[in-house]
Structures are given as C-alpha cells and as structure tokens.
Design a protein around this ligand. Structure first.
Ligand SMILES: *Cc1c(COP(=O)(O)O)cnc(C)c1O
Length: 495
C-alpha cells in the first residue's frame, strides 16, 4: 500500500516514510492512495478477539511495509499493560440502543492515548527504515491532552526526544500538573505566554525554519510530529470503530451488516476522520455525527459548505475542542474531491489568503450524505452532564457531554433511531470543576478536593493517574515569550 500527499498527489511513499516524516514537504498531509476494503466475514472474525488482536488485523491492512512480528510486538507494547480496563476501549450501554465508547482508560485519561501509546513504536520502526539512525525530535503544541499523552508515550523511548509547548493560561489545572510533573530523561515541557494558536504557529515556524533544520541535521537529529496530522496518529484510531461494532454484535444489539451511527466530539477532525476511513473500508455506518462546542466552524461547514475561520475564538469547558482550523478536514476533502491535489491547493490557498473557502455543490452533497453536524455551548454542556447523570447514572466529561447533547438533538430532530455509539474522549475527573457545576454542586479552590467530592457523588473512583498527582512537585516551571520558542528548543536539545 502506498501513500501520497493531499497537496502533491504525484508523490508515492511507504507508510514508514509517511509516519517518520509526519507531514509532506510541500505542507500536505499523507493519505493512502487506496482505502483497503473488508467484507462481513472480516468483521465477524473480529467479534471473539481481544482489542490487541483486532488492532493487528486492521493495522496490517495499512502498514504493509511493517513485518507481522513487528506489528505484533508494537500492539502488545501499546495496549497490553498501559490501560486500566481489560477491554482497552469498553463499550457501555447507557439506554435503549445508545452506547458510549470509553476511550480514556489509558495512562493520561484521554482518548489521545489510544494512538499515542502506539505511535512511538510505529515511529521508531519507521525511523529505522527511513531516517538512517538519526534521533527523532518530536515537537508538540498542545491545548492539553495531546501534550501529556505524547510525553507519556515517548518517555524514555530510545532514539527520541520530546518537547511540548502549552499555553500557560489555556489548559485545566490537572492538565497543567500532568505535564509539569512528567518523568523521563528525554522529555521537556515549556509554557508560553499566549493561546494555543500561538503555540501551534510557533511550532510550525520552527518545523520549517531552515537554520533550525540545519542545526538538527548537523547534530544527527530530525523532526517529526505527534499531532494528528501524522498518519501514525490516525491509523490506530480506525481500530476502535471496528472494535465498537464487533462489541455491538457480541452484545446482540445488532446483527452483522446492520448500519450504526457514531457521534464524535470533534476538534482537529482526526477522531471522526478515522470513523470515515472505517466506513470506506466497509464498516456498516449510517451517519457520522460531528459534535462541536461554541467553536462551531464545522457545524456551519457541514450545513453550508463554507469553511470560515475568521470568527471569535471561544474558550470553553471542553478545551480540547477549542479550535478554528481543523487540520484533518483536508484529508476528507481530498478523498471526496474530483481532481485531487489541484482542488485541495485551490481551497487551502483561499483559506490562507481570505480566511475561508467554499466547496463545490457536488462535494457538499457527498459530505452531507455521510456527515451531520451540531454544536452546543457551555451552559448546555453542563446541563447535559447533570441530566445524563440523573437519568442514566452515567458521569460524562464535558467533551463527551457535547457529543451526547448534539446526539440527543439530532435524534429528536431527524427521528433517526439507528443504534448509536457516542465516542467518549476523556475521564470526567480530568475536568472536575465543569462536571461538578453540571451536577449543580459548588466549586472549591482545591482540584483534589473536587475530585474527592465527585467520587462521593458518583460512586466512581477517580483514576489513580490523576488522584496520584496530589502533592507532586512540578519539574518544569519555565514560561517563555512566544517569540523565544526557538531558543527554548535549542536549550532543551543542548544545541
Ligand atoms: C483531542 C480531543 C478531542 C478532539 O479530537 P480531534 O481528533 O482533534 O477531533 C475531543 N475530546 C478530547 C478530550 C480530546 O482530547
């Protein structure tokens, strides 16, 4: 199987090349030239298997230049011990034919672990084949969850260094503590004075800075990305859509071949795009429902075909979805385009120059045939946390609550009662203040006091990865100006 770039589809590279490089030289994203197809026998064969065995079957269709023993070892390393739930990604029925797919039982309690526990294995294997033994330097800009999950995934991984920048005032108290207390000898963390977009722009600038690249090259190092623009982040996420479907069959909720809906709380469009790949491979899907918070650029796009990033940035209680430019949408548009990268270059030049683009009618109808969109603000998010707990005794984090709210509206508006999986992306204990507010409780000054109160109310224990942060001293306290990020990188790498 070969990969090409959304902005230059004359290119043909291996999966190792795509993963080792992260992004294509001209700025495009790597995509498979052909999406592998599976039949109903393949899906039936997944039903009795463990998550690791399901992962091996799906991944080997895409990573054709990885050996079987390599994929076996990589998936074992990623999923055998790091997850506190033996099913890795358990499916929980909350009422009727509505289920929640919990993707947050990994080391950092957010769905990013599903991919970032595997990525270091895929990346070091790829780098061995591609990068001539150079040390891989992972630079990350994070709005909270990616940073910690990447640090945990790459901690002490031979041949890699990882540096994370986060906005000093743009992450939750627990997210900040998770990052500043990170252990490992190849890790670095720095806050920047600015918002997430400033951090992201700074990192992108360093990535493409010729002087920095030369410095790295001279010191036998090379950059790669752990953000969801990297194909190695996306491909592990395709697995859990198959896994959820297999569990729906196992529980007798559906028969093999029956279509289901997925509702996905969306920011950078990586998670829901993985669902699209699963569907294109042959997973029976009726609708993919794209749920956004007050940053509702995608809701408008799915309804009208117009993508307009020139709008107010809202800071919300679901911070991992506070985003105005959803990078992975580019991959979807490529797959639905009539003439490939020529069309994508046109759209993204318009986005760069005018802050917006509008897709052709034909593409819009293809999008609407698969996707529905919806959004909800913080007030409704918190109300949904309260209602879902009261009615179904299910405690959800704010990101998951956005998805539940959007799904409820969708079901009411359309009358579509297809069996549904709502994707749950974080542990509620990662966002205790918003969850307590949703339950109608007062806040307290101390984060761990709030976790304990939440435990009492819900009867669900806080994950030890979070509760255990209490009293740990921060190791990384540096805060830099957004103009000084290059200096920080040099400092961390000892250049
Ligand atoms: C990253 C994240 C999202 C958004 O996922 P995308 O793949 O960027 O769309 C949603 N919820 C949580 C908790 C996240 O960490």
């Amino acid at each position: 199987m070969n990969y090409t770039s959304t902005r230059n589809d004359t290119l043909s590279v291996s999966s190792s090349f795509a993963i080792a490089n992260g992004i294509s030289a001209e700025g495009g994203l790597f995509i498979p030239t052909e999406i592998p197809k599976v039949n109903s026998d393949f899906i039936a064969s997944l039903v009795p298997l463990s998550y690791i065995e399901r992962a091996r079957k799906v991944l080997s269709l895409y990573l054709t230049d990885f050996g079987k023993t390599e994929i076996d070892a990589d998936t074992e390393g990623a999923y055998a011990t790091g997850f506190t739930n033996e099913k890795v990604a358990p499916l929980v029925n909350i009422h009727d034919n509505v289920n929640v797919l919990e993707l947050w039982h990994g080391p950092t309690c957010a769905f990013k672990d599903m991919a970032l526990q595997l990525l270091p294995y895929l990346l070091t294997g790829s780098a061995k084949r591609i990068s001539e033994g150079r040390e891989t330097v992972i630079l990350v800009a994070t709005s909270g969850d990616t940073g910690k999950a990447a640090l945990e995934g790459f901690r002490d991984v031979e041949g890699t260094r990882i540096l994370v920048f986060y906005p000093s005032d743009g992450v939750s108290a627990v997210q900040k503590l998770q990052m500043t207390t990170q252990a490992g000898k190849n890790v670095g963390v720095c806050a920047i004075k600015g918002n997430f977009d400033d951090a992201q722009t700074g990192v992108k600038t360093i990535f493409t800075d010729d002087e920095v690249k030369k410095q790295l090259h001279d010191n036998n190092m090379t950059f790669s990305s752990a953000n969801s623009i990297n194909w190695g982040r996306l491909v592990p996420q395709i697995v859990y859509y198959f896994s959820a479907y297999a569990d729906m069959i196992a529980s007798g909720q559906i028969v093999n071949g029956e279509k289901i809906n997925f509702t996905v709380p969306t920011g950078n469009f990586g998670n829901i795009l993985a669902a699209f790949y699963a569907m294109e491979m042959g997973l029976p899907v009726n609708k993919l429902i794209c749920a956004s918070n007050a940053n509702n650029v995608l809701t408008e796009f799915i309804e009208t075909g117009r993508y307009n990033r020139l709008r107010t940035f809202h800071t919300t209680v679901s911070p991992s979805m506070d985003i105005l430019v959803s990078s992975n949408l580019e991959r979807l548009l490529y797959h639905l385009s009539e003439n490939g990268s020529a069309e994508i270059n046109e759209l993204f030049t318009a986005l760069k120059e005018n802050g917006e683009y509008t897709v052709p009618e034909k593409m819009l109808s293809k999008i609407q045939a698969v996707f529905a969109g919806g959004c909800c603000d913080d007030t409704d998010t918190k109300a949904t946390i309260g209602e879902t707990f009261k009615e179904y005794n299910y405690l959800s984090d704010p990101h998951t609550a956005v998805a539940i709210n959007v799904y409820n509206s969708y079901r009411e508006k359309t009358g579509d009662t297809t069996p549904t999986v709502i994707v749950s992306t974080a542990s509620p204990y990662k966002f205790s203040p918003a969850v307590l507010e949703g339950l109608g409780e007062a806040l307290s000054a101390d984060e761990f006091d709030m976790m304990e109160r939440l435990e009492k109310i819900s009867g669900v224990k806080a994950p030890s990865q979070l509760a255990g942060l209490k009293g740990t001293a921060p190791r990384f306290t540096e805060i830099c100006e957004k103009t000084d990020m290059r200096g920080v990188v040099y400092g961390m790498l000892g250049l």
